[in-house]
Design a protein around this ligand. Sequence first.
Ligand code: PMP
Length: 431
Amino acid sequence: MLDENSIRSFREKHLSPSLSLSYVEPLHIIRGGGQYLYEANGKQYLDAVNNIQHVGHCHPKVVEAAHRQYKRLNTNTRYLDESIVNYAKALTDKLPPGLDVCFFTNSGSEANDLALRIARHFTQSKETIVLDGAYHGNLSSLIEISPYKHGGPGGEGAPNFVNTISMPDSYRGKYRGEKSTIGYVQEVVEAIEKIHQKNKRVSAFITEALMGCGGQLVLPEGFLKQSFELVRNAGGLCISDEVQIGFGRMGNHFWGFQTEDVIPDIVTMGKSMGNGHPLSAVVTTKKIADNFNNGMEYFNSFGGNPVSCAVGQTVLDVIEEENLQNNALDVGTYLLDQLKVLKSKHEIIGDVQGRGLFIGVELIRDLESLTPATEEANTIVNQMKDSGILISSDGPDHNVLKIKPPIIFTRENADTLVVNLAAIINELSKD
Ligand code: PMP
């Protein structure tokens, strides 16, 4: 087995330098199980950040399903196959009526790229509305519509068909407080007007119902509902990016968009969908899917292969059998409450928000200017790791602690997280 130093030097030589490693002292994880990861030296870590391993690392039923199907057959969508139609049926049964037609893909990025293509074809326009701070994927088409990337280091800004709304953050954003919705919705109105002034049509509004890379941000009440209405009235399509938040994580609902009481025209999903197996999808209405069927075949070598479908089906089954959506609600609410108690004791915690097991703890330097406590967030993330708990930080200022564990997380795990976080913040405030 290679030691850590050899792995590092091989990485430096043979892997792209654009890849990053987490933590000041990177981890060498060799095994996972449930909500735990294990280092080569046997040290156990509580994984409170990996929302891809949705039903737990190496879930035996998921592993077994992949193994079983791999041994039997793995082909592509050009053959009649029962696993893909059964899975498409099970998946669309989880969505509101009308969202009936699936395209299977292999990553969140592929799903979002396809969603944009579908919307652009339907509307015959490229004019896309996005939220500032949003991330939708690593393909060229998605860097273009992801302010998180094109507005950050190495980014080249937005192309002129991208219309960006200020990040709808009612705590530290451009418009604040209970009435902030009005300001952000007005920006959507203006974006649509601007598109019309160019003699163009609105193509799509793509958004998460709760922003992930934007900093675990719950949108101001009513913002999404009003924005969807405006976009639809202008002939545009609404795309809900559920890559981070779907599949029961929200607790009270299976999908993020349901928490905002909206129904999108196109839903994209990934990450948790295959519990680590590369599996993603675009789901839309029959009308939109038929419109896309313009003579050009859509073929995807791996998308919708029988192994992926067996994995996806098993993830859905496990969520159901183990009552995991309910667990996300129970443990998520409990954790959110505990973190709010912590906030009442420590000024560095400016805000705690989230839904289910998707939570952000926003750190600030002072209550007046709300200066982001970026360095402190980084220190806390690293010290939590030293204490055996994995979280990360995000948001435009990287001052939001990101908590999004596998949804098998228990109340006891939540206690462990909060007790350790409290101890680290206590020490930090003594400095
Ligand atoms: N959409 C969102 C909201 C994401 O957070 C991500 C990945 N972090 C993606 C899309 C892209 O997914 P992938 O990395 O699987 O391409």
